[in-house]
Design a protein around this ligand. Structure first.
Ligand code: HEM
Length: 352
């Protein structure tokens, strides 16, 4: 008994030491050691909107508490923004062709509305100084923290894009869930993300949901031999009717919690997509999967660094792009629309 007592403070101290690596004792957040793109900066809004982090976190705390599924959707939305034409908020634009292409077709209007509401809150306090692409970056960072993952600071200063990606660019830049590790590593490398970043970022599948259509080829006509039998037996009847395209958890061990159990799933051959499971099957990435499954701290540190790196892909900064007045429209479209509405209002009041 005495032994247990003297061990407890030691355990507590080690926990504090570990925790302080991800969030330092003077209240400053963990800053992963990654090279930051030109024009992005930690504390970018310290003079123009010092309260931006707090405003975003307070609002998202309520949103994610009411609907935890939105945290996963926003984290995914940021990755789709960054992989296609860089992190320029193009995925938020109503008229962008990427919005109607298959990988983005299931995002709900509510998810886009969360980013627009954040913009309204932040612009009401600070004026039009914070970009929608920065708000999406902060919202993705908070999605990780508010579901149990690490807290860390992200460099800001992105400007919003004014061009749409090409038709089909979404298909070319994003990766299908049927992809194997070679294709995944190649596509991530094109965005400047290495093997460690790739495995860490795939760990985002520790939260959220997926449709049967995203992994059907692993169930029919026969079991993918890299899928564990009891998972197969559960999923096969569940996904038997393509017309329903049912939803299931990506990480059934802890679907709402950002933790390292996704990697434990992979070791047990219970990853949902081919693209997930193959990270364990492929000898190049297997060691990293095992390491993250054994060491959540390592996963958290690598994930934070990789998410920051992903957030620097193709960013617009300084004089490029714009700060949008509405996240779903380019300013040229928005101000044109406003002047048309204004004209319309004037002519109808003249008629009265
Ligand atoms: C090899 C790379 C990747 C592939 C093939 C992939 C594929 C997918 C697919 C197919 C879905 C489910 C869509 C559906 O069935 O409705 C999904 C969900 C998700 N993905 Fe990925 N993804 C990849 C990388 C990423 C990255 C880099 C992140 C974030 C950093 C991410 C975060 C998520 C999240 C959080 C969900 C759940 C969304 C929700 O519940 O609404 N994914 N992914």
């Amino acid at each position: 008994m005495a032994k247990v007592k003297s061990f407890t403070p030691l355990l507590f101290i080690s926990f504090l030491l570990l925790a302080s690596c991800l969030s330092s004792s003077n209240g400053e957040l963990f800053k992963p050691n990654v090279t930051i793109a030109n024009g992005l900066e930690f504390g970018y809004y310290r003079f123009t909107c010092p309260q931006v982090d707090t405003l975003v976190r307070n609002y998202l705390t309520q949103v994610y508490r009411a609907d935890p599924g939105q945290a996963a959707a926003i984290l995914r939305l940021q990755s789709h923004d960054c992989f296609v034409q860089g992190c320029d908020g193009s995925v938020l634009l109503d008229r962008s062709p990427e919005r109607s292409e298959i990988p983005n077709k299931h995002f709900k209007q509510q998810t886009f509305q969360i980013i627009e509401t954040l913009r309204q809150i932040v612009h009401t306090h600070c004026g039009r100084v914070v970009s929608c692409s920065d708000l999406l970056t902060l919202a993705a960072r908070d999605a990780v923290f508010l579901t149990g993952g690490p807290d860390f600071t992200v460099p800001l200063g992105r400007r919003d894009g004014v061009t749409f990606p090409r038709v089909n660019q979404t298909f070319e830049d994003l990766i299908a869930p049927t992809a194997k590790t070679t294709e995944i590593l190649t596509k991530f490398a094109r965005k400047g993300l290495n093997l460690l970043d790739t495995v860490a970022l795939s760990g985002a599948h520790t939260i959220g949901i997926a449709r049967c259509s995203s992994f059907r080829e692993r169930l029919f006509p026969t079991r993918d031999p890299t899928m564990e039998i009891s998972l197969y037996e559960k999923l096969r009847p569940y996904c038997a009717f393509p017309e329903f395209d049912s939803l299931t958890w990506l990480d059934f061990r802890s679907p709402f919690k950002f933790d390292n159990l996704y990697f434990v799933d992979l070791i047990n051959r219970q990853g949902l997509f081919t693209s997930d499971q193959d990270l364990f099957e492929d000898p190049r990435t297997r060691g990293t999967v095992i390491n993250f499954a054994n060491n959540e701290f390592q996963f958290f540190a690598s994930f934070a660094g990789a998410l920051i790196k992903m957030g620097t892909v193709g960013v617009l900064t300084d004089g490029q792009g714009e700060i949008r007045a509405r996240c779903n429209m380019r300013n040229s479209d928005f101000f044109n629309l406003e002047s048309v509405l204004e004209k319309d209002k004037n002519s109808s009041s003249a008629a009265i």
